[in-house]
Design a protein around this ligand. Structure first.
Ligand code: 5GP
Ligand code: ZN
Length: 113
């Protein structure tokens, strides 16, 4: 499948990996928007949040367990951080493989643009 995040998971495209298990892969964003900016993705190709369903939602709960663990390991848990999912064109999604951004290490503004 011609998906850059599937290629990152299978090693065809190099990445700065933070964590991996049988369900998820976490790696630093190539274009960081904060001192800490990584992405957590399911190893199963799910196109966007629109495609989360009863069959695959176990990936989502696991992703959030891993976000929690990695935020603690990278020392952004106490100060706080933001988890972002961009969905579809208006949401600003540019890669059509479900991913959660985790941003921390600075105070983030709200609302987003
Ligand atoms: P989106 O805009 O779809 O929510 O986020 C896609 C993110 O993936 C962007 O923040 C972009 O910097 C990141 N990205 C795109 N291609 C690559 C890549 O090849 N490697 C890494 N590490 N990040 C990527
Ligand atoms: Zn994919």
């Amino acid at each position: 499948m011609d998906c850059i995040f599937c290629k990152i998971i299978n090693g065809e495209i190099p990445s700065k990996k933070i964590y991996e298990d049988d369900m998820v892969y976490a790696f630093y964003d190539i274009n960081p928007e904060a001192p800490v900016h990584f992405l957590v993705i399911p190893k199963k190709h799910i196109k966007s949040a629109n495609y989360i369903n009863n069959e695959n939602s176990k990936y989502i709960s696991h992703i959030f367990e891993i976000i929690n663990k990695l935020a603690s390991e990278l020392n952004i848990d106490k100060a706080g951080y933001r988890v972002v999912n961009n969905c579809g064109v208006d949401g600003g999604q540019t890669v059509e493989h479900l991913h959660f951004h985790v941003l921390g290490g600075r105070e983030l503004k709200w609302p987003p643009g």
